[in-house]
Design a protein around this ligand. Structure first.
Ligand code: COA
Length: 263
């Protein structure tokens, strides 16, 4: 793994660190590709039950797409810009959103542009009291391109999202929590322990059930409720023949803690 993305697994939690601190962890193409490769590795590793995603250094979670690099794609014209920049970034946020193991953003500093879009896409987010958010693409003369026009309105509501998208003004962790972009704010030094603690509380449960909840919620949110309910029933149906569901129900009957095998 190249060092623009660090991956370290401890206690069944994979810690992914965006690691370009001198560039405020700006998302260049190499970093996005490495992040996708890390997710591929984590997906098939039965020893990992959750992911924590953070940024290296004192200042940033991520200052967004690498402007120097994508400017060159823009210069080459529409097809290159869409292929190399937009599709790559959208694939990254879609992969995070649909990942069947919980992904928790530990937002340690600036989360601007693509850094904010990652926070929108992941399942849960905890912010340091030093975090700062923004949708600054409008300052560059463009709309967001990694899903930021779609997920933020779904989280925050249309008018609150449009205010942020149209002004580009930075906003505080308190406002991020108020609009549903993050779950909670903690003192800076407690950020990673808090993210690990949340991951651990989720990992008590069947990984199959955890995956089914993520899929039902994520896919269902993006369709009409009737179709969403079909997905919910499909996810439950997939659990019916599993040992994990037998174990969960049996443990409840026998008044003992469950022990899940992930099968
Ligand atoms: N893309 C590429 N490089 C970036 C970057 C980005 N999105 N954000 C920061 N950097 C680089 C800077 O160019 C600088 O590199 P250098 O030291 O080689 O010149 C380094 O990271 C530090 O950033 P700097 O701008 O000097 O820090 P600052 O404290 O003055 O400003 C920001 C911080 C976040 C306000 C400013 O970096 C910024 O506006 N970044 C762009 C944010 C953005 O628009 N993101 C959305 C992109 S679509």
């Amino acid at each position: 793994m190249s060092d623009v993305v660090l991956l370290e697994t401890r206690d069944r939690i994979a810690l992914i660190t965006l690691n370009r601190p001198d560039k405020l962890n700006a998302l260049n193409y190499e970093l996005i590709d490495r992040l996708m490769a890390a997710l591929d590795a984590i997906e098939i590793d039965a020893g990992v039950g959750a992911v924590v995603l953070t940024g290296a250094g004192e200042r940033a979670f991520s200052a967004g797409a690498d402007i120097t690099e994508f400017s060159e794609s823009v210069r080459r014209g529409r097809n290159t810009a869409i292929r190399d920049f937009v599709r790559r970034g959208q694939a990254m946020t879609a992969r995070l959103e649909a990942f069947r193991k919980p992904v928790i953003a530990a937002v340690n500093g600036l989360a601007f542009g693509g850094g904010c879009e990652i926070t929108e896409a992941v399942h849960l987010a905890i912010a340091s009291d030093r975090a700062r958010f923004a949708k600054p693409e409008i300052n560059l003369g463009m709309p967001p391109t990694f899903g930021g026009t779609q997920r933020l309105p779904r989280l925050a509501g249309r008018k609150r999202a449009l205010e942020l998208l149209l002004t580009g003004d930075p906003f505080s962790p308190a406002w991020a929590r108020e609009i549903g972009l993050i779950n909670t704010i903690v003192p800076h030094d407690e950020l990673l322990p808090a993210a690990r603690e949340l991951a651990t509380r989720i990992m008590r449960h069947s990984p199959l059930a955890v995956g089914s909840v993520i899929t039902a919620v994520t896919r269902g949110l993006n369709m009409a409720i009737g179709e969403g309910l079909l997905i919910e029933s499909e996810q439950f149906a997939a659990m019916v023949p599993t040992s994990d569901l037998r174990e969960g129900l049996g443990a409840w009957r026998e008044r003992r803690p469950p022990s899940y095998s992930g099968r």
